[in-house]
Design a protein around this ligand. Structure first.
Ligand code: SAM
Length: 289
């Protein structure tokens, strides 16, 4: 037997182990279910066991890649089921915690699409910088919100453009997120990450987290929205991002508070074949040095 799946055992009685040193059979509450475990003597230590568990949780989607031209194609075909016409409920519910009494905050929107949340924040007097690969998405954002905009090249990023509405203080960079940096437009006092960490390719998460941390000012309050579901049932995107990975990506540099976790299942996800979907939102702040 190979050790393939991570299984959480919740029992009301002690488990009974039997078997040879190489394979232990563990009798569960349901006697029909036999789980094979690796030999106890070879179980890894706590830290590496957590890493092994995380890797096995992520395994079903680990190699899934969606390239930039596929995202652009989605915009061209209008297959943008992720777009929400209203301000996101979790942003609305937790905005006070994000602002923390501040006004005129610089917000960053990674992988911004045409999220109406950007207009909502700008209307409250905050400034917004977004990054999005699709020019169509950016133009639609301004046009659907009846805003005029200018466009100009970004000399520091080959082929990139920035689209701006100066009255509302919104600047949207049309480029690959990984070409963006604090050298282009400074650091930010807040970040709203919805449909972003869950949309990038799973193998890029460490690179993405390092970039996000580099964009956080010392007082930055980063609101991160994640999705939890059984990754064996759907290939993504959006991808499954367990809380354990949020901690492994950001925990060494940041404090993380999970503010809310809700059942987010709708008919759309039932059609994907999911049997549950949870949406969680985390508030991430820089550890004080
Ligand atoms: C799931 S959508 C979410 C959009 C937006 N955050 C929202 O909540 O509606 C992800 C967006 O990221 C864009 N995108 C994907 N990879 C990107 C990358 N590497 N750099 C910039 N934009 C990217 C896609 O075109 C798409 O609009």
């Amino acid at each position: 037997q190979t050790w393939k799946k991570q299984i959480l055992l919740v029992t009301s009685t002690p488990l009974v182990f039997s078997g040879t040193p190489s394979v232990c059979a563990c009798r569960l509450l349901n006697p029909a279910t036999i789980l094979c475990l690796p030999p106890l003597c070879s179980l890894p230590s706590n830290g590496s066991r957590a890493q092994t568990n995380l890797s096995s949780m992520l395994a079903p989607q680990a190699d899934r890649v969606m390239n930039l031209s596929e995202w652009e194609q989605r915009w061209q075909d209008n297959r943008i089921g992720f777009h929400q016409p209203q301000v996101h409920k979790m942003l609305e519910s937790h905005i006070d915690k994000v602002l923390n009494g501040r006004s005129g905050v610089r917000f960053f929107f990674p992988l911004c699409g045409k999220a109406v949340d950007m207009k909502w924040l700008a209307d409250m007097g905050h400034s917004v910088v977004g990054v999005e690969i699709s020019e169509k998405a950016i133009r639609q954002f301004f046009e659907e919100n009846n805003m005029t905009y200018s466009e100009e090249p970004v000399p520091a990023i080959s082929g990139a453009k920035v689209f701006k509405n100066s009255e509302k203080n919104i600047s949207l960079y049309q480029c690959d997120m990984y070409s963006f940096s604090s050298a282009i437009d400074g650091q930010f006092g807040a970040i709203w990450d919805r449909g972003s960490l869950v949309a990038i390719n799973p193998q890029d998460r460490e690179k993405y987290a390092a970039l996000i941390i580099s964009l956080m000012a010392e007082d930055c309050r980063y609101l991160l929205d994640t999705l939890l579901y059984n990754p064996e049932l759907y290939p993504g995107p959006p991808f499954f991002v367990p809380d354990e990975q949020v901690h492994s990506l950001f925990g060494s540099r940041c404090d993380i508070e999970t503010l809310q976790s809700v059942d987010a299942m709708t008919d759309r996800q039932r059609e994907w074949g999911l049997d549950y979907l949870k949406e969680a939102v985390h508030l991430i702040t820089m550890k004080s040095s």
